[in-house]
Design a protein around this ligand. Structure first.
Ligand code: FES
Length: 109
């Protein structure tokens, strides 16, 4: 496991920022991004039930653990998802690869 994951984040306005996320913390990517001030509602608290942490993984997707049934079930309820759609709350920091790029998905009204 790498010590840090270099995370490139593209927000909903298209603004790109870089973060170095420690992989030895018991947090998930939603919590990390929320802590950095990204506007992720996370109303379910990371239980794969609200879909508000939906992001597209543009780089590093193959190095992440596969989506769980719970994650797939939630993604199925969203109006628009893609092959690289993930719920950030289901990506644990220790499972992060050395480098990843995520784009926060648009919020549907
Ligand atoms: S925080 Fe609710 S699904 Fe991820």
């Amino acid at each position: 496991m790498p010590e840090f994951c270099h995370v490139t984040v593209i927000d909903r306005e298209g603004v790109q920022t870089e973060l170095d996320v420690p992989t030895d913390v018991s947090m998930n990517l939603m919590e990390v991004l929320k802590g950095e001030g990204y506007p992720i509602l996370a109303t379910c608290g990371g239980m794969a039930l609200c879909g508000t942490c939906h992001a597209l993984v543009l780089e590093g997707l193959d190095e992440l653990p596969p989506r769980t049934e719970e994650e797939l079930d939630m993604l199925d309820t969203l109006p628009e998802t893609f092959d690289n759609s993930r719920l950030c709350c289901q990506i644990k920091a220790p499972a992060l690869p050395e480098k990843i790029t995520v784009q926060l998905a648009a919020i549907e009204d």
